[in-house]
Design a protein around this ligand. Structure first.
Ligand code: SF4
Ligand code: SF4
Length: 415
């Protein structure tokens, strides 16, 4: 099955749609709304008539294009090779030319466009988390998620907690660069420490470039290509170089963006993309890296026996290609892995989708939560920070399952 966000010249046309409806059957948004207007097929037709000049930009058109999780399932399952993902991405940047995003989304774009701004905002938010009255935090919500259920921000950025270069713990096998992403740097420091532990345990020297920026997918999802380009160029300056055999990512969406979006964004702006292509070839998800080197992991059998049972949610940007975490969990026999029946379905997080369309996100997350609880597992693993926030924050009744990155769980089992 093809990667939903791979751009190829052969499948970018909207003209090849045979209107078969296969994409409707796999679209999570359509599964909730059951409305043709909210289907991938309809979006493709709207983009086609818009590009032919038969309809003009309008707030309704913008909403119909935006009410999409960018999960890529339609692209991955289309027999006519329509590349919805690229078409939607380009259309989003068309839409904001005439219809600006709401102020809170523009604020987010402003922060993510500069690491220093994000750092300052995270420091202020951290202070806010400490002084916010409990009753207020329980009452007010981000989408469906009460502020009290949002994760605590890191007390310091992850990158300021670790050395720029960390030596392997045993025999040296190579060097990798680590793209930490905004979520690990500002929210989930434990994912960063676990990734570092796994890599050094397997014999890799890890270099964390200090000046890396946001991967830019939140900017691209909201059509802010100009701001995204600055981050992209900053990341290329950090990561394009000789010596490292891989650029490790711990977030599948960051990985997909670095791998598949940088070249087309630069090319659309008339810039050279050879350095973006070099980077693309080196991007590897941490769990994929671990999967390919499982023999290098020394799992402590006693720790594994004492560990809680786990289930797993596959983020959209991993599931259509290859889900390395599930394979690792299956292959380490000591782990008690209890798959949920819908582990491959989208959770409705979708970047800021859970905030913009909470009524759809609630149904999708509710289904997942129900099935994860039915699996009988005590801990829920997922690689994506937005899925993690969405699935932790939307649990209300019954047993509350804690969530963490598979790397964090595996790192606790090492000898
Ligand atoms: S699956 Fe492809 S060909 Fe079929 S309706 Fe959807 S976009 Fe058109
Ligand atoms: S990307 Fe996902 S949510 Fe969007 S139209 Fe395609 S299947 Fe539906």
């Amino acid at each position: 099955m093809k990667n939903p966000s791979e751009n190829t010249s052969a499948n970018v046309s909207t003209n090849t749609c045979g209107k078969c409806g296969f994409c409707l059957a796999v679209c999570p948004v359509y599964s909730v709304l059951l409305d043709e207007k909210a289907s991938p097929r309809a979006r493709i037709q709207l983009i086609k008539v818009f590009s032919e000049g038969k309809i003009s930009s309008s707030p309704l058109l913008k909403e119909l294009i935006s009410k999409c999780l960018m999960c890529g399932s339609c692209t991955a399952n289309c027999p006519s090779e329509v590349d919805h993902y690229s078409q939607f991405m380009k259309m989003r940047s068309e839409m904001i030319k005439d219809h600006a995003e709401p102020i809170e989304i523009r604020g987010l774009i402003y922060l993510l466009a500069r690491e220093q701004r994000l750092k300052m905002a995270a420091s202020l938010a951290r202070v806010g988390q400490g002084i916010l009255p409990k009753a207020f935090a329980e009452k007010y919500q981000l989408g469906n998620i009460a502020l009290s259920k949002l994760p605590d921000l890191n007390s310091r950025t992850f990158r300021s907690q670790v050395k720029k270069e960390t030596a392997p713990s045993g025999k040296e096998r190579g060097t990798v660069l680590y793209f930490t992403g905004c979520a690990t740097n500002h929210v989930f420091e434990q994912t960063g420490h676990a990734t570092l532990k796994l890599l050094t345990h397997m014999g890799y020297r890890v270099i964390i470039p200090a000046k890396q920026a946001c991967c830019s997918i939140p900017l691209l999802f909201h059509g802010a290509e100009k701001q995204a380009r600055e981050n992209i160029l900053a990341n290329i300056a950090c990561f394009d170089g000789e010596g490292a055999e891989a650029i490790i990512v711990d977030c599948p969406t960051c990985g997909s963006t670095l791998k598949n979006e940088y070249s087309p964004v630069l090319e659309r702006a008339g810039k050279r993309s050879d350095s973006a292509q070099r980077i693309s070839r080196k991007i590897v998800d941490i769990m994929s890296f671990v999967h390919d080197r499982l023999e290098l992991l020394s799992i402590d059998r006693n720790k594994a026996d004492a560990a809680v049972s786990v289930t797993y949610h596959a983020p959209c940007h991993l599931k259509n290609v290859f889900t390395p975490s599930a394979r690792v969990l299956q292959q380490i026999k000591a782990i008690q892995y209890l798959p949920a029946e819908d582990s491959q379905e989208c959770c409705g997080g979708g970047g800021t989708f859970f905030y913009e369309y909470p009524e759809v996100a609630a149904v999708l997350a509710g289904r997942k939560i129900n099935n994860a609880q039915k699996s009988g597992a005590e801990l829920w693993l997922t690689d994506c920070p937005v899925c993690r926030i969405n699935l932790a924050g939307q649990q209300r009744d019954g047993k509350h399952l804690g969530l963490c990155h598979p790397a964090e769980f595996i790192a606790t089992l090492l000898e």
